[in-house]
Design a protein around this ligand. Structure first.
Ligand code: URA
Length: 265
């Protein structure tokens, strides 16, 4: 659940810090550089009370802000204007470790981002996928974002497609939604759907918001349907789409805003 509120629902009257002339960058320019709108359209957003700077709605034009340290929201959604922040999606291939390095020399995510790391980017992978799991892995150099996305209290939904052994009996979804007692405590899915049955295997989609180790495999084992193939397709507002395994893509502005909103930043 997000803590962020749309700008128009906030009623803060304190004025944001105005930087002296010559310092900082004009708000409409910062918004334009971040790709929100043209400068002219950014001025209209400001005039309409849709832009918030450090928690205060700004309606006058020309405010100078420090893009490195200012939190800007448009309609309550964070616009990340800090230039050195990086947000990437990797489609992790099956058989690769989620780590940035591997003592045993096995292929790992660090190999895929080695040029970025060599160039000085300090990337974190947001959680882990098992080596045998494929799919969406977020990478960022924003440590607070990574921390919150991994924390169950922020309840960011993760979606998985699992091919499992066996043809599902009625009631399996209900059982998983109600909760299963695992060795380290109860776990449940937020949603469950049977998508297909083929040659004695079933394809299912599950959504859950926790990240305990092997959680999907353990849940499906517990209901008698061991996983044959597991792919993570979504984390909150970010979807893998048709991105090919082993490729990286830079998140779009709306996806980044959605992630920050999802964890109340
Ligand atoms: N659940 C699992 O069992 N494995 C993963 O990699 C992710 C979630």
């Amino acid at each position: 659940m997000s803590n962020a509120k749309p700008a128009r629902h906030q009623h803060s009257s304190a004025a944001p810090t105005q930087l002296p002339a010559g310092e900082g960058v004009r708000l409409q320019k910062v918004l334009a550089q971040a790709g929100v709108a043209s400068r002219r359209a950014a001025e209209e957003l400001i005039a309409a009370g849709r832009v918030e700077v450090d928690g205060n709605i700004v309606t006058s034009q020309g405010l100078r802000v420090d893009p490195e340290n200012t939190v800007i929201r448009v309609d309550g959604i964070r616009v990340v204007v800090k230039k050195d922040l990086v947000h990437l999606v990797l489609n992790k291939p099956r058989g690769w470790q989620s780590t940035m390095s591997d003592d045993l020399g096995r292929p790992c995510v660090g190999d895929i981002v080695s040029e970025r790391v060599a160039a000085g980017q300090r990337l974190f992978h947001v959680g882990r996928l098992d080596a045998d799991t494929e799919g969406l892995l977020l990478l960022t150099n924003d440590g607070e974002l990574a921390h919150r996305l991994m924390h169950p209290s922020f309840e960011v939904t993760k979606t998985y497609l699992a091919t499992v052994k066996g043809v599902l009996a009625r009631g399996v979804g209900k059982q998983l939604r109600a909760g299963i007692e695992l060795e380290d405590g109860p776990a449940k899915v937020d949603s469950f759907a049977l998508l297909d049955v083929n040659e004695g295997q079933s394809l299912v989609r599950l959504e859950l918001h926790e990240g305990r180790k092997h959680i999907v495999r353990r849940l499906l084992d517990a209901v008698g349907h061991p996983v044959v193939r597991l792919v993570r397709t979504d984390i909150g507002p970010v979807a893998l789409g048709d991105q090919r395994p082993g490729t990286l893509r830079v998140l779009g502005r709306k996806e980044v805003g959605g992630l920050y909103q999802a964890v109340g930043l």
